[in-house]
Design a binder for this molecule. Structure first.
Ligand code: NAP
Length: 296
């Protein structure tokens, strides 16, 4: 027995429906299918978006399979954002700079690769009226998300960037990468030397500390660290409010979680696939619909 909504969805899928999806491992808990399918319903675009779990060692097969099946585009998530770059016919300059691809678009001969994480994060800041121009920036972490954050902060006019990471070598390498592209002051510190940081900073929390098994932890524990932060952005969105954000809020910081970044990177990918640009009013309506449907 079908419900009315199921019948409606089934009737919407036809021989002309374009297929998109997300590849990664795992993809079980991804919110991307919900976000992308909501966008198609809202904009009345004939496409569907599915989760495609790709086992270790099968990325190349998955890309060739996608090509053979005329799948129009993919989002790429952990652990394939770097590896996928070896399977593309074109890589956008921003994705090259970030060193990772999260969006593939089928363009005739194969897939082109883009990175929408930095744009997504930037849009999330803009929606909160936060400017990076001439600001002191702290980035906690030196993984893939940190790299997108650093390039974004340098691109949008930060005065100095301080990278704090558990593994110092990784932060050193990231600092070298940013300076290759931007003329900016970048300093590296271990996490426990936070007291050397200046005050009134915008701080991006890009480590995985604060989610899953570490949901009761923050990368820096000392409350005095949070007094140095005027705006705290955590890239984690589940939980909605990490311990990092709670501590920052307690010291008076303006706080932003990672949901905006997730949403806007997804919208940017949708715009690339469909060659469209959403208006501010469409953005606001979509935000409302999606936020009401988030199962967190
Ligand atoms: P990643 O490349 O694996 O990097 C993980 C980072 O976390 C590294 O800097 C690592 O430090 C640090 N870390 C891990 N465990 C730690 C611990 N116990 N103590 C201190 N530092 C620790 O991961 P990623 O791709 O950058 O993702 C990082 C986070 O960003 C994840 O939570 C992810 O969900 C989130 N994210 C959100 C969005 C969004 O749309 N909102 C997009 C991308 C990522 P070491 O270098 O010392 O190992």
């Amino acid at each position: 027995m079908f419900t009315k909504d199921q019948v409606k969805i089934n009737n919407l899928i036809s021989g002309t429906t374009k297929v998109y999806g997300i590849i990664g491992n795992p993809v079980t808990f991804s919110l991307s299918p919900m976000i992308q399918n909501t966008l198609s319903s809202f904009l009345e675009i004939d496409s569907i978006y599915l989760p495609f779990p790709v086992e270790d060692g099968r990325l190349s097969n998955a890309i060739r399979g996608g090509h053979a099946l005329n799948i129009q585009g993919f989002n790429v998530t952990h652990p394939y954002k770097q590896d996928v770059m070896g399977h593309l016919t074109y890589i956008d300059p921003l994705a090259k700079q970030i060193g990772a691809v999260n969006t593939l678009k089928y363009e005739g001969k194969g897939y082109s690769g883009y990175n929408t994480d930095a744009d997504g994060l930037y849009t999330s800041l803009k929606q909160n009226n936060i400017s990076l121009e001439d600001k002191e920036i702290i980035v906690l972490g030196a993984g893939g998300a940190a790299r997108a954050t650093l390039m974004m902060a340098a691109k949008y006019g930060a005065r100095s960037i301080y990278i704090l990471n558990r593994t110092l070598d990784k932060a050193d390498l990231l600092a070298i990468e940013v300076k290759k592209y931007y003329n900016i002051n970048v300093e590296v510190l271990p996490l426990d030397e936070w007291h050397k940081l200046p005050g009134d900073c915008i701080c991006f929390q890009t480590t995985s500390v604060g989610m899953g098994k570490s949901k009761d932890k923050a990368p820096i524990d000392h409350d005095d660290f949070y007094k140095k932060i005027s705006v705290a952005i955590d890239l984690i969105y589940n939980p909605f409010e990490t311990l990092f954000l709670k501590k920052a809020k307690r010291q008076g910081s303006y706080t932003i979680n990672g949901l905006g970044m997730l949403l806007y990177q997804a919208i940017k990918a949708y715009e690339i696939w469909n060659n469209i640009e959403l208006t501010d009013s469409q953005l606001r309506q979509i935000e409302d619909t999606i936020e009401r449907n988030i199962p967190i």
